[in-house]
Design a binder for this molecule. Sequence first.
Ligand SMILES: O=C[C@H](O)[C@H](O)[C@H](O)COP(=O)(O)O
Length: 266
Amino acid sequence: MGSAFDPNVTTTEEPAIVDSPPLSNLTQEELKRIAGYKAVEFVESGMVIGLGTGSTAKYAVARISELLREGKLKDIIGIPTSTTTHQQAVSLGIPLSDLDSHPVVDLSIDGADEVDPALNLVKGRGGSLLREKMIEGASKKFVVIVDESKLVKYIGGSGLAVPVEVVPFCCDFTRGKLEELFKGAGCKAKLRMKMGSNGGDAAPAVTDNGNYVVDLYLERDIGDLEAASKEILRFPGVVEHGMFLGMATTLIVAGKFGVTVKDRFG
Ligand SMILES: O=C[C@H](O)[C@H](O)[C@H](O)COP(=O)(O)O
């Protein structure tokens, strides 16, 4: 692995690799679009592309479709990481497939909720972590796109949750086990709820796979992430967690100093 990315560079000093003018006047939304568009520069005709989910990835999906329409990209096959992205890609006319038909993905592009200095990620605040992990894990290259607000010193460090997808059966039992596991880090584990439509009662949020999500709120660094991952996955009620460890190959950050591109191996 290459040298660690320093999250402080986006707030205290010029980043190492800058290939655009300062973006200080742009909104967070514009930064997401810039990161998404930059990632699509890695896409080549004939590739199988993992299409990420979320408010940043949607810009990359839209850009791929633009380039297909303009004839600048050809013969792209997209593998969507959620039903939402599937719908977006269908509406934009991107040809789609799945891992059964295309088990090797050339490149995936997706956002993240947190990125630590070693390019470990938290994903799944939109509930799509399982399909994302399957598809991005099958990818030769995985480009992560974020605005600078996603950079953290340690996983969980944003104060927002690390999501865990669990089976609905006795989900409170699994929630309790997860909270107990990380009690040393001051963990509060909460079942993710979704408000009912038209003011109806809240109900557990359901993933694309028919499962629930337990959000782990951590007060402190949990330390050894690989060990934490193994411990979480030991609970039979757990399907998958949202820590993506050692998976990202490239990180693109749009921030007030410009766009930085960090290659994990370079
Ligand atoms: O489940 C959602 C996905 O993991 C997203 O990629 C992640 O939440 C980042 O989304 P956004 O770009 O909207 O912050």
